[in-house]
Design a protein around this ligand. Structure first.
Ligand SMILES: [Zn+2]
Length: 197
């Protein structure tokens, strides 16, 4: 329980990383972070430990049971981690949710290709902005053409995803529904994908 995951948000409620319950309590106790409940109310350590722990995960101290927070908010921190998401096949599939970006259908990863939106032969580069998931039939139909030439439309404009490597490393931990309001669709999709693997 003490090692299970707690989502850490910065001062403006953006996810920063996942920490352990042990560390989250330490942040709370030091006054560096506040706990957030389902109604998005913030609690300092004293007011949080006064809440009822019934029907919640809780830790037992000498004198009482204290409810485990699943989301904490750093009081003074407003930066996002600067680390970048690695540009890899795995992460491109995760960003695109294993969905062909031309026909919009989901496929097992083994049935997907990576497609250069602007073909390499036409000077297209290999980066987050020009590589998308594509199924084999769409890939063949597009061939060496741009989407416009092939009469195909992208589901959405490809971009570098905003989740961080901190999230990737934490992804094998359990996922808590209390985190959902703070994660983008891409992050949530990523999590599901990782768990299914
Ligand atoms: Zn397709």
């Amino acid at each position: 329980m003490l090692d299970s995951g707690v989502l850490v948000l910065n001062r403006v409620f953006q996810p920063v990383h996942i920490t352990s319950v042990r560390r989250a309590f330490s942040l709370l106790y030091q006054g560096v972070a506040k706990a957030l409940d389902e109604e998005l109310q913030l609690f300092d350590f004293a007011s949080w430990s006064a809440l009822s722990a019934a029907q919640h995960d809780a830790v037992q101290t000498v004198s009482r049971r204290i409810r485990v927070p699943r989301v904490v908010v750093l009081v003074a921190y407003e930066h996002l981690p600067r680390a970048r998401v690695r540009f890899s096949r795995f992460n491109i599939y995760a960003r695109d949710d294993s969905t062909c970006q031309y026909c919009g259908r989901r496929f097992p990863r083994s049935d997907l290709n990576l497609d250069h939106v602007v073909p390499r032969s036409r000077g297209g580069s290999t980066n987050w902005e020009n590589v998308v998931c594509s199924c084999v039939p769409c890939n063949l139909r597009k061939g060496g053409q741009t989407p416009e030439e092939a009469g195909m439309r992208l589901l959405r404009h490809p971009a570098r995803p905003r989740w961080t490597p901190v999230f990737r490393n934490a992804a094998r931990r359990a996922f808590y529904r209390e985190w959902m309001p703070f994660l983008s669709m891409a992050e949530a999709a990523y999590w599901n994908t990782e768990l299914l693997d």
